[in-house]
Design a protein around this ligand. Sequence first.
Ligand SMILES: NC(=O)C1=CN([C@@H]2O[C@H](COP(=O)(O)OP(=O)(O)OC[C@H]3O[C@@H](n4cnc5c(N)ncnc54)[C@H](OP(=O)(O)O)[C@@H]3O)[C@@H](O)[C@H]2O)C=CC1
Ligand SMILES: O=C1O[C@H](COP(=O)(O)O)[C@@H](O)[C@H](O)[C@H]1O
Length: 443
Amino acid sequence: MAVQGKVDMLSILRDELAYEGGAASHVFVVLGASGDLAKKKIYPTLWWLFRDGLLPPKTYFIGYSRSKLTVDDIKKKTLPFMKVKNGEEQKVEQFFKINEYIAGSYDSPGDFSKLNKAIEQKGSCNRLFYLALPPTVYESVTLNLKATCMSKSDKWTRVIVEKPFGKDLESSNRLSNHLSALFKEEELYRIDHYLGKEMVQNLMVLRFANRIFSPVWNRDGIASVVISFKEPFGTQGRGGYFDDFGIIRDVMQNHLMQILTLVAMEKPPTTNAEDIRNEKVKVLKSIQPVDIKDTVLGQYVGKPGGKGDEAQGYLDDPTVPKGSVTPTFATAVLSVKMRDGMVYLLYLDVEKATLNERKAEVRIQFKDVAGDIFPDGRSDELYEAWRIFTPLLNKIETEKPKPITYVYGSRRPKESDEFMADRDFKYTGTYRWTESKETKAGL
Ligand SMILES: NC(=O)C1=CN([C@@H]2O[C@H](COP(=O)(O)OP(=O)(O)OC[C@H]3O[C@@H](n4cnc5c(N)ncnc54)[C@H](OP(=O)(O)O)[C@@H]3O)[C@@H](O)[C@H]2O)C=CC1
Ligand SMILES: O=C1O[C@H](COP(=O)(O)O)[C@@H](O)[C@H](O)[C@H]1O
């Protein structure tokens, strides 16, 4: 799980570059430059930093992956995600001028030497390597980086690895050992970009800095919590990574667990990263492994008659192996038993290609209050409002009375004024149909 405080690329670059005073050269290498993360998040973020003048003057970008591409190909892929405004076209050109692309494999020392030569051409520089890659290649890539691409002399190297950190407990431990044998802790960043999201960061403030929620956020107040993630699009060519991992590893084990810990943890003594981490770990230790009987798994199929992406089921994505049973949907129920006896029931719900809206949501179900005056749980307002109108609506349905007519966009029909006048209706301050009536009502 990511270290709190080292959350997104923006903060990494700000932290790392600040103490250089902008004097040194920097080379940012995107490994997996041909992929989805690179085009949707990494290149756009680099562009925004460049556009807003947040990078040191001598900064260069190198994309690296196996696909035979050019900088122009990268530009075409990522432009739709860069949110370029009118008048910024020239700046975009300048941005791509400081980009390079190198095709190479993830296990060839020769290809990493090529990459190193390209970096060396920028002179003595600090180096950041962002692994926008499936975790299956982290070991070979980092071995090659260590052997061939580290900064020389007084310059530093940073290696940034993405979630999921491993594929299961064993491979995660192995990866930890592998990375710590190669790099110092200060050279390593483990990223979970959900920690950088404003709403996620606000969860602690919501819980621990106000009087509304703190008193009810306990075993007496909360019945259950539902944490959901829904996306309106499918894998869109990410089968090379996704099919090996599936939705539980992709989103549930990391993004949703980070949210879960922030929802369920006790108040930390301070907002210091270690204190928060310790509280989160206590929550995680209180959760039993998820049982298959408490889980529902699914995989999306194309929508009959749907257009474009909608028509494409998971198995129709050409990057997904035929007959794959990898889940793209999962719901799981967990229970967290805290030391004070507090029990949360947690529903985790992750879905790709489901709604036509995108959402990540935490829903808290509070317990019923004692002495509930609405014992049958019926929404009484709704019930009464329908009770009042249903006989009328039924009558209209059966008798079909002829409606009076009125002209589109005109004032209300004259007949209705007469109808109201017949009843000696007292107009009140809210009546707004005609100027004369408004005046009469004293508005
Ligand atoms: N996409 C997203 O929105 C986000 C993704 N991430 C993380 O980023 C990482 C990469 O994800 P993403 O970019 O979506 O995945 P992609 O499937 O797009 O993979 C990235 C690149 O890796 C190479 N690749 C793909 N599959 C394999 C494979 N089996 N073996 C070797 N190389 C492969 C491909 O490049 P080539 O063939 O050219 O070498 C591909 O372009 C993952 O760890 C993911 O969890 C994190 C946050 C968001
Ligand atoms: O890590 C990932 O996150 C994205 C969703 O993140 P968002 O910030 O774009 O909402 C998800 O699409 C992807 O599958 C997963 O790898």
